[in-house]
Design a protein around this ligand. Structure first.
Ligand SMILES: *Cc1c(COP(=O)(O)O)cnc(C)c1O
Length: 352
């Protein structure tokens, strides 16, 4: 039998994951048999996890952040809704999310039995604040915004959303799962220093160039995480706030290694390269007379039509679709200018 090999990244435009930094790969390999879910036994990886949270806090404008390394953005988002639900005084809480929110919030609503109220978007793909005002009420436990939406890379008006949460004593959550490692180098207001945010999702295993799995949940203070605490009788530690039990020490060690190497200069350079590449792609595709959604952050959506989309996939291009049917390309670190030139050449050839 031939040994299975993973895909290479040479034609992957669809993914929000990427080739990990070599230091992350190396550290992950060394920590494969460790479990940060049992910090009393696995002390070194537990210490690394505290370092990971501290660096994530620095990236997100929150010195002394509370939080932990989760399995991904999905777990972090579910936990943020859970904190808000457990803290709410009503038995019938709801949370308000933009229509652009990641599908993990639907999972959160279902698993936790919390009503999800969806606010429509403006023409620029950010949330409509008047709609949020209509949806928020006394039973709202959480108002959330997305900093770097999955489809178009847009940033919701975070300070305005935080103010609306405050007005009804709800929490404010920011989902920066993908955007958190590029936003520090932009003018957007998205982090804990810009607004009264309570919790944030920020994933090292996306733009952070860590190994999978490494998501991040940050909280303004430990008392928010305490909303999640469950007693753990047979572990050396006495309580646990995470959703999963045994967790990936490789993910934690990989995240620390990548962030030590790359924060801040390496990430800044990557943001600049990725942003320039996606602007180049948007211009090149627009020159071929296709409608393009301009990249605010390094994501481009292109209205190529279903036939061309299928033909490009036939050439091996990995290209996802937005809900509206546009082809979506994410400017991850493995996406180079050379790769995009070859992609545009294929569009030109196949479009005739
Ligand atoms: C990718 C993503 C998620 C989900 O993260 P996973 O690591 O895939 O669970 C949540 N929110 C946003 C904005 C994302 O881009």
């Amino acid at each position: 039998m031939q040994r299975a090999e993973p895909q290479d990244f040479s034609r992957v435009l669809s993914s929000m994951c990427t080739e990990p930094h070599p230091a992350a790969r190396e550290a992950a390999g060394r920590f494969l048999a460790t479990n940060p879910g049992d910090p009393g036994t696995y002390e070194t990886v537990a210490k690394l996890e505290r370092e990971a949270v501290a660096i994530l806090g620095e990236i997100a404008g929150l010195p002394d952040a509370a939080g932990y390394i989760a399995s991904g953005g999905t777990e972090a988002n579910i936990q943020a809704v859970r904190i808000a639900r457990n803290r709410a005084s009503t038995k019938t809480p709801n949370f308000v999310a933009p229509a652009s929110a990641h599908f993990s919030f639907q999972k959160a609503a279902e698993v936790l039995g919390v009503e999800m109220r969806v606010a429509p978007l403006e023409d620029d793909y950010t949330v409509n604040l008047e709609a949020v005002d209509e949806l928020v009420d006394e039973e709202t436990a959480l108002v959330l915004g997305v900093a770097g939406t999955t489809e178009y890379g847009r940033v919701d008006p975070i300070p305005e959303l935080a103010a609306r949460a405050n007005a009804v004593d709800a929490l404010c959550h920011v989902d920066a799962a993908w955007g958190g490692f590029v936003l520090p180098f932009t003018d957007h207001e998205w982090d804990f220093s810009d607004a009264d945010i309570d919790t944030m999702t920020i994933d090292p295993h996306k733009m952070g160039q860590a190994v999978v799995p490494a998501g991040g949940l940050l909280a303004r203070g430990p008392e928010l995480l305490d909303e999640l605490a469950i007693d753990t009788p047979y572990l050396e530690s006495t309580s646990q706030v995470t959703l999963t039990g045994t967790r990936s020490g490789a993910g934690v060690a990989g995240a620390v290694a990548a962030m030590r190497e790359l924060w801040p200069d390496g990430y800044e350079r990557q943001y600049e390269v990725s942003q320039a590449n996606m602007e180049w792609l948007a211009d090149a595709v627009a020159d071929l007379d296709f409608d393009v959604v301009e990249p605010d952050l390094p994501i481009v959506a292109m209205d190529l039509g279903p036939d061309l989309h299928a033909a490009l996939r036939g050439e091996g291009w990995r290209l996802s679709k937005t809900e509206a049917g546009e082809a979506r390309a994410v400017g991850m670190p493995h996406v180079t200018r050379e790769m995009l030139e070859s992609f545009v050449a294929d569009i030109r050839r196949l479009a005739d």
